[in-house]
Design a protein around this ligand. Structure first.
Ligand SMILES: Nc1ncnc2c1ncn2[C@@H]1O[C@H](COP(=O)(O)OP(=O)(O)OP(=O)(O)O)[C@@H](O)[C@H]1O
Ligand SMILES: [Mg+2]
Length: 392
C-alpha cells in the first residue's frame, strides 16, 4: 500500500477492487445530470425510476455512491443506498427496513411498531423476530406498505425518498426478472399515485433486460434503462494523472494512453493497471518500463479474480470458440470464420448466443463477434487455458 518516494511515504491512490470509491472520481456528468433531472421531476410530483446497467467494473456502485454524496445536505431529500445481497426476493423487505432505519435514523419510537403491525411477516434485525409465516399480502402490497411507513417518517413539506438499489440481479431468480420488476413497479406506482415522492434507482448486470424479450413490456414500463458506458480518454487521463500527481508521482503520457487502450475505459481495469504501475514508480515517475514490469501482475490479479472463473463457466464447445477467437489476430470474427475455423459440421449459433448471454463475447453486428474485452483476450492468449484439454 505504501511506497517510499523521496523519503516520504506516499499512498497508492488507486483501487484494486470494485465496490470501493476512487480517490478521484472522473466523468459521469451525463449520468449525474440524468439522475438529477429524475430527482427534480420526482420532487415536482412526476416520479421517475431508472435502472443503470453494465458489465462488471463499469462503475455502477461508485455512480450510486457519488449521487448519494451529492444529495447529502440537500433539504428534504432522503437517499437510502441498499447493497443487495444474494438471496430471494423476501429478503428485500428486511434489507430495506434495516437500511432505511439506519440511514434515516428512524429506528426509534413507533417505527418498529408500524412495521410489525403491517401484517407482513418479516424477520427483523435488531432483536425482533417476527414469526416467518407465509405472508398474508402479495409481495407488492407488502413492499408498498413498508415503503409507506418509511416515507411517513420523513420530515418536511414535500420530502423525496430515493431508493438506491445496488446489484438488482442478485435478488432476481433465474428467469424471474419480469416478476421482480413487476412487483417493484406495482408498489412504486401505488405510492406515487398516493402522492408519495419515491424515486427508484437500481443498478444491474449487463443482461438485466435481456431476459425480457420486449423492452416495452408493461412489467418494465416505468423503468428507464440506462446503459453505463466506458470512460472517455480524457476522463481516464484525469482519473490517473490527478490522483497520482497528488501523491507526487507523475505518469508519462504514453503510459496513460496504453492504460486507456488496454482497459478500454473500463474503470475497474484502469484502476488495477494504474495501481500496479504506481507501485513500480521510480523517482516519482511511471514510464513505459514500469508499465511493462507491472503488467503481468495486473493480468494475474484479473485472471485470478475474474477471467479464470469466466473461462471455467464455459462449456467445452464454448472453450473451443474462445480459443479460436483468442488466437486469431483479428478482433472481430464472422459467423462463417468461426464455423470454418473450428471445422464445425453443425451450426454454432446456439453456443454463440449462450456466450453472448454469459458476457464472454459481444455481438458487434449481425453475424460478427468479438471477445468481451481486450484484457480478457490478453488473458486467454497468455495463459492459453484451452490448451489444457488439448483442443486448441
Ligand atoms: N467515475 C470513476 N472514476 C474513477 N474511478 C472509478 C469511477 N467509477 C468507478 N471507479 C473505480 O472502478 C472500480 C469499479 O467501480 P464499481 O465498483 O463502481 O463498479 P461496478 O460496476 O459496481 O462493479 P461490480 O460489477 O463488481 O459491482 C472501482 O475500483 C472504482 O473505484
Ligand atoms: Mg458494484
Amino acid at each position: 500500500m505504501f511506497t517510499m518516494e523521496h523519503g516520504v511515504f506516499s499512498m497508492n491512490p488507486f483501487r484494486k477492487r470494485t465496490g470501493i470509491f476512487p480517490s478521484y472520481f472522473t466523468g459521469r456528468d451525463d449520468e449525474l445530470n440524468e439522475l438529477r433531472e429524475i430527482y427534480e421531476s420526482t420532487q415536482a410530483g412526476a416520479a421517475g425510476h431508472i435502472i443503470i446497467y453494465g458489465p462488471k467494473g463499469i462503475g455502477k456502485t461508485c455512480l450510486l455512491i457519488k449521487f448519494e454524496e451529492e444529495l447529502k445536505g440537500v433539504d428534504e431529500v432522503y437517499p437510502v443506498r441498499i447493497p443487495l445481497i444474494e438471496g430471494d426476493f423476501d429478503e428485500i423487505y428486511t434489507l430495506i427496513i434495516d437500511k432505511a432505519a439506519e440511514t434515516l435514523k428512524i429506528g426509534e419510537g413507533n417505527f418498529w411498531d408500524d412495521i410489525t403491525s403491517l401484517g407482513v411477516n418479516i424477520p427483523l434485525a435488531g432483536g425482533f423476530t417476527v414469526s416467518r409465516k407465509r405472508p398474508t399480502t402479495s409481495p407488492s402490497v407488502a413492499l408498498e406498505r413498508i415503503l409507506k411507513s418509511i416515507y411517513n417518517k420523513l420530515t418536511g413539506e414535500n420530502p423525496v425518498l430515493i431508493l438506491l438499489f445496488d446489484d438488482l440481479q442478485r435478488i432476481i431468480p433465474n428467469k424471474g426478472t419480469n416478476k421482480v420488476l413487476n412487483i417493484l413497479q406495482n408498489a412504486l406506482v401505488e405510492l406515487n399515485l398516493k402522492g408519495m415522492n419515491v424515486m427508484f434507482v437500481a443498478t444491474g448486470a449487463h443482461d438485466i433486460f435481456s431476459q425480457i424479450q420486449d423492452h416495452l413490456d408493461s412489467a418494465v414500463r416505468i423503468f428507464e434503462p440506462y446503459e453505463l458506458k466506458p470512460l472517455s480518454k480524457n476522463e481516464v487521463n484525469d482519473a490517473i494523472f490527478i490522483p497520482a500527481d497528488n501523491e507526487g508521482v507523475k505518469f508519462a503520457e504514453e503510459v496513460i494512453d496504453s492504460i486507456y487502450k488496454m482497459s478500454e475505459g473500463i474503470p475497474y481495469y484502469m484502476q488495477v493497471l494504474a495501481y500496479n504501475c504506481f507501485a513500480e514508480a521510480v523517482d516519482g515517475k511511471v514510464g513505459v518500463n514500469e508499465l511493462k514490469k507491472s503488467f503481468p501482475r495486473s493480468l494475474d490479479l484479473l485472471a485470478q479474480r475474474e477471467f479464470r472463473g469466466m473461462y471455467e463457466k464455459s462449456t467445452n464447445e464454448e472453450r473451443n470458440i474462445l480459443g479460436l477467437m483468442a488466437e486469431n489476430p483479428k478482433e472481430i470474427l464472422s459467423y462463417k470464420e468461426i464455423k470454418e475455423g473450428l471445422k464445425l459440421k453443425s451450426e454454432p449459433s446456439f453456443w454463440l448466443r449462450a456466450m453472448v448471454n454469459k458476457n464472454l463475447i459481444i455481438k458487434k453486428s449481425r453475424g460478427k463477434y468479438c471477445l468481451r474485452d481486450r484484457l480478457f483476450k490478453e488473458y486467454l492468449r497468455t495463459f492459453k487455458p484451452y490448451r489444457e484439454n488439448g483442443t486448441y
